[in-house]
Write a protein that binds this ligand. Sequence first.
Ligand code: HEM
Length: 128
Amino acid sequence: MAAVVGLGGMGFLLLILIPSLEVLSAEQREALSSAVAGRFRWAICSAIALLLLSGIYNTRYYFREIPWGRAWEFLTVKILLSFILFAIVLGLSIPFRLFEPLRVRRRQWLLVAFILGVVVVLISAYLR
Ligand code: HEM
């Protein structure tokens, strides 16, 4: 569920909201962007917390039942990719000056995060 909300939200921003901002003046664009960013921050932080909790819970089963092998390798790649994805999304949504270079190219980084999300979901489907 958290995966659907997170990925769906990123897809909506990328394909619909960001391109539609063109019709607004610079001032209106700024106001709408910061209102959306404020709400998106909570949604994305909750999605990350839920994915981490369910991921740790699911990994317990792996420790108990699955011997080291291909499935563990894919799971390791999946966890690494999802941590990179979490870092990008948090960098884009938390208003720290440190993350400014990331936010300057918001659309490109959102696209990278979205593609990572699709890869993570595909790996998860393979692991089932
Ligand atoms: C962007 C982040 C993530 C997404 C989108 C994601 C998505 C998913 C999905 C869709 C499933 C299949 C659930 C099901 O149908 O039952 C799954 C299973 C799983 N996830 Fe994640 N996940 C993410 C992060 C993580 C993390 C951080 C961990 C580990 C700490 C993790 C560990 C697992 C494990 C062990 C499974 C069970 C695989 C199996 O069925 O054998 N996930 N995940």
